[in-house]
Design a protein around this ligand. Sequence first.
Ligand SMILES: *[C@@H]1O[C@H](CO)[C@@H](O)[C@H](O)[C@H]1NC(C)=O
Ligand SMILES: [Zn+2]
Length: 522
Amino acid sequence: MKAALIFLIIFTTTAIYVEARSAKEHEHHNVLGHDRPEGGINNIRTYEDASYWNSNMQKDLRDQLNKSPIIKQAKNIIFFLGDGTSISTLTAARILKGQSTGNYEEEVMAYENFPYSTLIKTYSLDKQVTDSAASATAYLTGVKGFQRTIGVDSNVPRYNCTQMLNPEYHSHSILKNFQDAGRSTGVVTVTRVTHASPAGNYAHTANRDWENDADMNDEGYDSDACDDVAEQLVLGDTGSKIKVIMGGGREKFEPKDLVDPEGHHGDRDDGKNLIDTWRTEKEALGNTEYIWHRDELLNLDTSNTEYLMGLFDDDHMSWEIEGDESNPSLAEMTKAAIEVLSNDDNGYYLFVEGGNIDRAHHQNEAHAAMLEALAFEEAIALADSMTSVEDTLIIVTADHSHSFVINGYADRGTDILGIGDQSDIDGLPFTTLLYANGPGYSKKNNNGQRPDPTPVYNNPHYKYDSAVPMDSAHHAGEDVILYARGPHAHLFTGIHENAYIPHALRYAACVGDGLQFCDANK
Ligand SMILES: *[C@@H]1O[C@H](CO)[C@@H](O)[C@H](O)[C@H]1NC(C)=O
Ligand SMILES: [Zn+2]
């Protein structure tokens, strides 16, 4: 009996090994997952022996010994923010990319080559688990605020318009610090440009949902008393000085009776067309481009553009998985933004948000979230290649985690989006990726069993299972990671509060009121 079992195991393993090898030789697995291997590919190669590990780890050690901090002023800062990009998101995306390159678990992402990293604590002023507004306030202005408030301190409770109007309670972003120092600034995202994370760069509001006047009116607040986020972007002290703005969210800037080129209505009650206002004001200052289609972005003469607004969707931009041709990729927007901002010899600050990672996680759509994470990495790799480590500090981090796990003892080489293991209680398979809460929750069937994910997980919009039902998954509270390269990247080691980030950036770039490298070295 035992011998037969061992034979069966050897036979099966060998068969799978041969199959996997031929699959690897004949297919270039594509990240969209159409050609991805079925679950259970193990032994994708012979297992690496001691000589492999010893020589590779010695090389890793030599690289580590050769790291040295770059102690110079950072002329430029590029801040990459993966919304809801937990460490588990980064790991799963790494494996998914590895499935397309053949490197599987050993794949190395662009930011993994950055020499420094630190853990970041993300709790907000009042909650163990933060939302994107409170976290943006912390990682962009250096001050923690209440949940769902942006750019204001503890004197401004949520919804309190009166307190919000008091400039003494405003906390200012690293973006504004760059503007005050006469350097250029830009904000790029795939969400609405008025959404919480991008707004953290330029807005001060008691409620992140007040993106336009209709949002305030609908909730019964006086939209004449306090400026909405779209108004703050176009007319505010900080917002109006931003040279590059790209993302989605046209509806927040346009009146209800206006139909845009893609057939969508605006969403403003006050009849204002803030896109027109922006164009008129910027055209008086220099070469200005307003664009709404990917083709316009790809044909843009960036060397002759001083002010650029690209609003590619009425709402959030589409997910990668939807393949919307009118929407540029995050990398394409990042490239144009760097080119336009590089026209300023004094340097620039650019904020780039992979905002749809979070939105897909909220739906428990892990496949979609992974493709967004790969698009985020593509943008980082491009920025890394377009800029010098000698003058450009690049950081890559997240605002908070999601309750997304990589679980089960799947064999190496198993499709990360697939079935990895089975329960020893109900005997049913489960996916390697799961969530703690969200809409993926599946009710038990008539036999009191949870459903078998095998027939359904391959649907690209499959909602991975969650333990607790929720319309929209909640964020998670453990620390996130921050990767850094360039001047003063070594300020990011160990573990820090999210509010520490802009303090370190200001030091490196010699802006703001706190400690500055340039003062310390006069
Ligand atoms: C706003 O906050 C102030 C100070 O805490 C408070 O006195 C006032 O009643 C609040 N207003 C509203 C509308 O909650
Ligand atoms: Zn979120």
